[in-house]
Design a protein around this ligand. Structure first.
Ligand SMILES: Cc1cc2nc3c(=O)[nH]c(=O)nc-3n(C[C@H](O)[C@H](O)[C@H](O)COP(=O)(O)OP(=O)(O)OC[C@H]3O[C@@H](n4cnc5c(N)ncnc54)[C@H](O)[C@@H]3O)c2cc1C
Length: 377
C-alpha cells in the first residue's frame, strides 16, 4: 500500500495530539517538525477549568467545554489501559474567588445551569474559609470560594512528551528544527536548513508563528503573539498533589502540582512580540498578589524557577481551524489564546480527522479559517 506522506509543523499540544492520533494509521508516513522556542504548551500554567468564565463567546465556550470533556477519554486511549499519570493530568478541582462573597452565589447559579450541558464540571459548592484550609493548609485569608470538583491540572510539557513518545513508538519521526513550507503547483515541500522533503499533506500547528509560514506563500494572517510569564515556587514538606487549582479574581492563578511544586501566573503582555525575557518585577508582583489574595506563606524566597511563552490571538479573540484557503491538504489551527491547553487535544483531533477525511468532533463552520487567513490578491 502506498503511504500518504504527512508533515506536522509544530508540536505543542495541538500538533502533538494530532501526531499521536495519525501515528496509529498504517497508511500514513508521519514526520513532526518542532523548533520548540517560546512554545505556549510547555510554558502554560496547566488549568483545565473553562466552565465558570464570563466570556460571552459561545463558540469559544463550546470548544473549551468539549476540550475539557475530551481530556480524560483521550488520555485513557493514549495510556492504553494504564492509569493516567498524575504528573501529566489530574482532576483536583478548582476554587474560584470573587471580590465579594455575594458574587459566589451568582457564579454557583451559572455553574449549575452550565452543568446541565457539561456534567464534567462535577460537584459545585461554596466553601467557607475553614473548608478551604482543610484542602489547602497554607490558606490564610478569610474569604469563601466556589469549588468545582471537575477542574483539572495538566503539565503541558509532560503531556507533549507523552504524546510524542507514543507517536514515535508507533513509527512517526520527530525532527527538532525550524522549517518552512514551499509550494509548487499541488506539491508541497518542507524545507529545513539542509533538506527539502515533499509531502502529500501538512498540518500547521504553529500557533503564533502561523504568519511566518503562510506570509511567504502570499497570505495575510490575523494572528498576533502575546507574552506570558510564570513563576514556580516550592512548598517543601507539603503534600500538594491533591490541592485544587486556585483562581483568585484577576489573572494570576495558583496551580499546585506534586512534591510541593506550585505555579503562579501568568502575565498577559501585548506589544512584546515574541520576547521571552523574564522580568524580575513581574515575578515579584505575581508572588505579592498570591500572598495578598491567598496565603502569606507565598514569598520570593521560595522561587524555584520561572518561564515564559507565547500565546496566539486573533483580532477578535476567536480560535479558528480548517483547510487553508486555496491550499488543498494544508490544515491549520490557531488563535487558541489563554485556553489552548484546554482546547488543544480536541483541536488536534479535528486536524487529524481532516487529514483522514473523516468527521471532526467540533463543527468547522463555527471556527472559520477564512476569516483569519486569506490569500493576498
Ligand atoms: C504563560 C502561559 C500560560 C498559559 N496557561 C494556560 C492554562 O492554564 N490553560 C490553558 O488552557 N491554556 C493556557 N495557556 C495557553 C496555551 O498554552 C496555548 O494556547 C496552547 O498551548 C497553544 O498550543 P499550540 O499547540 O497551538 O501551540 P504551541 O504550544 O505554542 O506550539 C507551537 C509550536 O510550533 C513550533 N513552531 C513554530 N513555527 C515553527 C516552524 N517554522 N518550524 C518548526 N516548529 C515551529 C513552536 O516552536 C512551538 O513548539 C497558557 C499560555 C501561556 C503562554
Amino acid at each position: 500500500m502506498k503511504q500518504k506522506k504527512v508533515a506536522i509543523i509544530g508540536a505543542g499540544v495541538v500538533g502533538a495530539s494530532a501526531a499521536y492520533l495519525l501515528s496509529k494509521e498504517a497508511d500514513i508516513d508521519l514526520t513532526i517538525y518542532d523548533e520548540g522556542i517560546g512554545q505556549g504548551t510547555s510554558a502554560a500554567a496547566g488549568i483545565i477549568s473553562p466552565w465558570l468564565s464570563k466570556r460571552r463567546n459561545k463558540k469559544w465556550y463550546a470548544m473549551v467545554k468539549e476540550g475539557a470533556a475530551f481530556y480524560p477519554d483521550f488520555l485513557s486511549e493514549v495510556m492504553n489501559g494504564e492509569p493516567i499519570p498524575p504528573h501529566v493530568y489530574k482532576r483536583v478541582g478548582t476554587l474560584l474567588f470573587k471580590q465579594k462573597d455575594a458574587q459566589l452565589e451568582e457564579l454557583l447559579a451559572i455553574g449549575e445551569k452550565r452543568r446541565e450541558q457539561a456534567p464534567e464540571i462535577g460537584k459545585l459548592a461554596i466553601l467557607p474559609p475553614n473548608k478551604i484550609k482543610e484542602m489547602i493548609p497554607i490558606y490564610t485569608k478569610n474569604k469563601s470560594a466556589l469549588y468545582a470538583s471537575g477542574g483539572a491540572r495538566v503539565d503541558g510539557e509532560k503531556l507533549v512528551e507523552t504524546l510524542l513518545e507514543k507517536a514515535i513508538k508507533n513509527g512517526a519521526t520527530l525532527k527538532r528544527e525550524r522549517v518552512k513550507i514551499e509550494r509548487q503547483n499541488a506539491v508541497y515541500s518542507i524545507v529545513s536548513d539542509d533538506k527539502t522533503e515533499s509531502v502529500d499533506a501538512v498540518i500547521l500547528a504553529v500557533a503564533a508563528w502561523l504568519p511566518d509560514l503562510l506570509e511567504p506563500l502570499g497570505y495575510s494572517v490575523d494572528i498576533r503573539p502575546q507574552k506570558g510569564q510564570l513563576v514556580e515556587v516550592t512548598f517543601d514538606g507539603y503534600d500538594t498533589e491533591n490541592w485544587p487549582v486556585v483562581m483568585p479574581e484577576g489573572e494570576k492563578d495558583i496551580t499546585p502540582f506534586e512534591d510541593g511544586k506550585v505555579i503562579i501566573g501568568a502575565t498577559h503582555e501585548n506589544d512584546m512580540g515574541f520576547d521571552l525575557t523574564i522580568e524580575k518585577s513581574a515575578l515579584t508582583s505575581m508572588i505579592k498578589e498570591a500572598a495578598e489574595n491567598f496565603s502569606h506563606y507565598f514569598s520570593t524566597s521560595s522561587i524555584v524557577s520561572y518561564r515564559s511563552g507565547t500565546r496566539a490571538y486573533t483580532s477578535d479573540f476567536s480560535p479558528f481551524m480548517g483547510e487553508v484557503p486555496e491550499l488543498p491538504n494544508v490544515f491549520a489551527a490557531s488563535g487558541l489564546g489563554s485556553t489552548g491547553l484546554t482546547a488543544g487535544p480536541i483541536v488536534g483531533k479535528c486536524l487529524a480527522q481532516l487529514i483522514l477525511n473523516k468527521t471532526t468532533p467540533l463543527p468547522l463552520e463555527d471556527y472559520p479559517i477564512r476569516h483569519y487567513v486569506s490569500e493576498n490578491k
